[in-house]
Design a protein. Structure first.
Length: 231
């Protein structure tokens, strides 16, 4: 059985994976969801590296949204990592920023409604979070997600990524076809560039695909785990 490490994105927390975790554990895997500080990408990456150090091989590491940037860097040169799974996520190459990745795509309306606080950290208002981040999620769950969202540093959008783990390990990718936080076309570009073993397109899915379509996300992670099992 694999050890599965789940990495949430910005304006989120580890509870993002609450609907996926039972499916992974029912299949017999050990699962750990990281709680990132969201103070900077280097600090998020360091937190994930600490979690990686606690797990024996093989590890399947899964990143959602900005978590894709985190796993791309945290899993670099990590021999115990057997596979990566990108869930509606950025997958930068070395030297790229998230701004670089998005420059060839039409900006989304959500880009204009992130709210900086007095410390310069960004969130979405509760109505905008529900409207753009998780419109296909049950309203009660969506409201809870909006309440527990983690405020994130604004500097992460211009942070230059390091050598990518996806050039070293096989990757699986999920594209949310109705994502209003990251352009679906950008998610697909990243998946195709990394020559993903499988690209799963989820019709109608929002950015919160792991909440609205947990079985699809879990099945993709489980496929990566099966492929990573020692022969």
């Amino acid at each position: 059985m694999a050890n599965i490490l789940l990495v949430h994105g910005a304006i989120a927390d580890g509870s993002s994976w609450a609907e996926v975790i039972p499916h992974l554990e029912a299949a017999g895997h050990n699962v750990l969801a990281v709680q990132q500080p969201l103070t900077s990408l280097p600090e998020d990456i360091a937190k994930v590296k600490v979690a990686l150090a606690t797990l024996p091989a093989p590890v399947v590491i899964v990143g959602h949204s900005f978590g894709g940037v985190v796993i791309t860097n945290a899993a670099h040169n990590e021999p115990k990592v057997a596979a990566l799974v990108y869930v509606a996520a950025f997958g930068p190459d070395e030297g790229e920023t998230v701004i670089d990745l998005g420059k060839n795509y039409t900006p989304l309306p959500s880009n204009q409604v992130f709210v900086p606080d007095s410390a310069g950290r960004v969130t979405l208002s509760k109505p905008d979070f529900i409207k753009y981040f998780c419109p296909d999620v049950d309203l009660t769950k969506a409201h809870v997600m909006a309440v527990v969202q983690g405020s994130s540093d604004g500097a992460r959008f211009a942070w230059k990524s390091g050598p990518p783990a996806w050039k070293e390990k096989p990757a699986w990718c999920i594209v949310s076809e109705h994502d209003q936080i990251i352009q679906p076309e950008l998610e697909l570009f990243c998946a195709e560039r990394m020559k993903a073993k499988r690209i799963v397109k989820v019709h109608g899915a929002s950015h919160a695909v792991m909440v609205s379509h947990p079985k699809v996300v879990a099945e993709t992670i489980l496929e990566a785990a099966r492929a990573s099992a020692p022969k």
